[in-house]
Design a protein around this ligand. Structure first.
Ligand SMILES: [Zn+2]
Length: 433
């Protein structure tokens, strides 16, 4: 559909002439026979261009039946387009270098340059830009220039799926010059299909006259067989990225197994917590026979902050100020629970290793408490609690930086996760008394 220009568009007026006016057939000076008017957008504004068309005046000359357009025309705007090359390049650059969406490009053109293009039109120009770019990148002459100073080349192939369930895009790259040689979508990763790509790469290398010294890939079967068939003497190595990813798999499996073992050993948290809470309930009942509900102030009488405090009070019968020891036990339980539920970390920072380090820290902290209790004065409020069996900590590797991080996380999670303890008063308290 031709571009619809608004009535009040203010066009710049350009006139173009044929520069070489000699008839290509008889050499006679050609005459102007017609005019072509066209309108298009440039980044400087809309343009109305008049092209003066020439032909040979001699009716018997073959040059009479043909018209010649001004040579410069196609350098300003391709035939029938509603935009000039400058707008076209702007669109392509924003799409492929800045990764802007079509909608975003559309609105930027309108806001920045007053150029109104439909979504379809922008998509179409992007498609054409892509074609031109691919043609230029695969142009043998340009490739020869790029590889003029290169003796040996390294090729790689990989398949990627831009969208799940869609066909896989196979990309062949040359690694010394970091150039994509070509890419092709294949419906199947069958060896015969893949081999076609390897053959194409081989032909291109031969056309350039360069020796392929190495192939790199993730070594999937189709790559292995096709490359072995076409490049029998060229080594084929694992790509470092794929190699690490494949090594990480068994590491993570072992780590996950270790986590299960630790969780199996560190048990009985609920029992410990219930013992503390039960002891508090008993103490409260002994101190005040008034039912808890009566002690809670009506909500309108207090600010939202004190409502929270009252609610917490209702949940935890005995004020934690009377039982700091119990708080500490509950904090320890929350910390250990946080450690056992922590699934963060990848192959380079395995969660099981983090868990082991953190548990070891808790164990050391408990030990310090026990040592202090043995040596120091007896605390009136210290709590007797059933012993928590702890995991074997021999598997953790000492890593000072990491353990400090974990200890901070577990303490934070403990403060936030333990609903039963009002943390207003105890927020800054350390785990160890
Ligand atoms: Zn002529």
């Amino acid at each position: 559909m031709p571009y619809q220009w608004p009535e009040d568009t203010d066009f710049a007026y350009w006139e173009l002439d044929v520069l070489d006016r000699d008839c290509p057939h008889c050499g006679r000076m050609m005459h102007i026979c017609d005019h072509r008017y066209r309108r298009f957008h440039t980044l400087e504004g809309p343009v109305e261009m008049v092209c003066r068309l020439n032909h040979c005046p001699d009716r018997s000359c073959p040059g009479h039946a043909k018209t010649k357009s001004p040579e410069v025309e196609s350098m300003i705007a391709p035939p029938f387009w509603a935009i000039g090359w400058d707008v076209f390049c702007w669109i392509g650059h924003r799409r492929f270098s800045r990764h802007m969406s079509v909608t975003y490009i559309q609105s930027e053109l309108l806001d920045g340059f007053g150029i109104k293009l439909s979504h379809d039109a922008v998509s179409l120009y992007i498609e054409r830009y892509q074609l031109m770019l691919a043609a230029r990148q695969q142009d043998l002459q340009l490739l020869r220039e790029a590889y003029a100073g290169v003796e040996e080349i390294i090729l790689s192939i990989d398949g990627l799926q831009p969208e799940k369930g869609h066909e896989t895009l196979y990309v062949v790259r040359e690694l010394t010059q970091k150039r994509v040689w070509f890419a092709e979508s294949l419906l199947s990763g069958a060896a015969a299909e893949v081999q076609r790509l390897i053959v194409r790469a081989k032909e291109l290398a031969e056309q350039l006259g360069k020796k392929v010294v190495l192939w790199m890939s993730d070594k999937q079967d189709a790559f292995l067989t096709s490359i072995a068939a076409e490049f029998p003497d060229v080594p084929h190595r694992y790509c470092a990225n794929h190699f690490l990813r494949d090594v990480a798999k068994p590491v993570m499996e072992r780590d996950s197994h270790a986590k299960v073992q630790m969780r199996r050993k560190v048990r009985g948290l609920r029992n410990v917590e219930q013992t503390v809470l039960k002891r508090r309930r008993t103490a409260t009942q002994a101190a005040s026979p008034v039912p808890m509900a009566a002690a809670i102030e009506p909500p309108h009488a207090s600010s939202s902050g004190s409502i929270t405090a009252d609610t917490t009070k209702a949940q935890s019968p005995m004020d934690s100020a009377d039982d700091p020891g119990g708080d500490i036990v509950l904090d320890y339980c929350a910390a250990v629970r946080g450690i056992l539920n922590d699934d963060q970390g990848g192959p380079l920072d395995p969660p099981g290793l983090r868990m082991a380090t953190a548990l070891e820290e808790v164990q050391e902290s408990l030990q310090r408490n026990l040592n202090a209790k043995k040596g120091g004065p007896q605390k009136r409020n210290s709590v007797d609690c059933p012993s928590v069996s702890s995991g074997d900590s021999s598997m953790s590797a000492p890593n000072k930086k990491r353990s400090t991080n974990i200890s901070r996380t577990s303490r934070t999670s403990l403060r936030h996760s333990n609903q039963k303890t009002p943390d207003g008063k105890n927020g800054k308290r350390s785990l160890e008394p």
